[in-house]
Design a protein around this ligand. Structure first.
Ligand code: TA6
Length: 303
């Protein structure tokens, strides 16, 4: 049973930092005013949809054609892809990017102090998810909103057997013009090009990344990244922890036309920079052990 609006409001108490609305019936969205920024988080998927530092346009992109309906993945913000990244390794009939982004999570707590809002969401297995993935786990998403945005995903194995996960904090970063950005941080690393046949040789990234075509790469890299947005005269940093791989994705023209929940020209307005565990990076979580994946994004002046 999903939490009701009243139950969510009870968690907020009399704090003016939090409110919740259901513009679309059955799809609660939490609004956060953390002083130096505002945010929106959907209860479905514990998915951050918006993060706006004061006096700045949204740092995240959400497709205007995204369906805000129960059970349908929302294109934009920071989808939590778990317990597998992309297609299921053995069964393509299972949902892309796992199942937790399409399920309602439970809001456990919401606190605001010293200009930082902290919200904690949990997700536990259901009969439906056990059909998809037969393991016992506790999943916790902690969202911290201040002059930065941090999302921490913690997986705890509460079963008897170890399990492997691949996962991603699939961040859609809003940009002024995709052809006027530079991405620093993966130069010198190798990547799997997901546009090539599976098993293709990894490729060496010689220079900083510019985007002038479809790009879908899994970089073997633990480094932070810096997105220089020349059009908006700002830079966005993406720090990460618990992540040995980084995905960079933009669908470009043709793929955008094939995505029903993305306007044809909106590929120009975002790039996905994803803290993840994907490709060869498949952490094993032993019984009673935990794995944490984290991303922190924020603004920097454009030097
Ligand atoms: O992160 C890159 C990627 O794996 C792409 O291959 C593309 O499928 C993208 O994710 C979006 O996936 P979605 O299931 O949200 O349409």
């Amino acid at each position: 049973m999903n939490q009701t609006i009243a139950q969510i409001q009870e968690i907020f108490g009399d704090s003016t930092a939090f409110s919740v609305s259901e513009e679309n019936p059955g799809f609660p969205i939490i609004e956060v005013n953390a002083g130096r920024s505002t945010a929106q988080i959907a209860l479905q998927g514990a998915q951050v949809l918006s993060w706006m530092p004061t006096d700045h346009p949204d740092v995240l992109y959400v497709s205007p054609k995204a369906k805000m309906e129960p059970g349908i993945a929302v294109r934009g913000g920071i989808p939590i892809c778990w317990p597998w990244f992309n297609a299921h390794p053995d069964d393509p009939s299972k949902p892309n990017h796992g199942f937790v982004r399409n399920q309602f999570w439970n809001l456990e707590s919401a606190e605001f102090e010293y200009n930082m809002a902290t919200l904690v969401f949990t997700f536990a297995p259901t009969a439906e998810t056990k059909e998809l993935w037969p393991h016992d786990f506790e999943l916790t998403a902690t969202v911290k909103i201040s002059d930065k945005l941090k999302v921490r995903l913690s997986t705890k194995n509460i079963g008897e057997e170890p399990f492997q996960i691949t996962s991603a904090l699939h961040t859609y970063l809003s940009v002024g013009d995709i052809e006027r950005i530079q991405l620093e941080g993966v130069k010198g690393s190798h990547y799997i090009d997901q546009l090539l046949p599976a098993g293709s040789e990894e490729i060496y990234q010689e220079k900083n990344v510019i985007i002038n075509q479809e790009i879908d790469r899994i970089y073997s890299s633990m480094s932070s990244l810096l997105l220089r947005d020349l059009d908006r005269s700002r830079a966005v940093f993406v720090d990460k922890a618990g992540s040995r791989s980084t995905v960079v994705w933009n669908p470009w023209k043709e793929k955008s036309k094939a995505l029903a929940d993305l306007p044809n020209n909106d590929y120009k307005e975002f790039v996905c920079i994803e803290a993840c565990n994907a490709g060869r990076d498949r952490p094993t979580v032993r019984p009673n052990a935990s794995h944490t994946l984290e991303t922190t994004i924020g603004l920097r002046p454009l030097q």
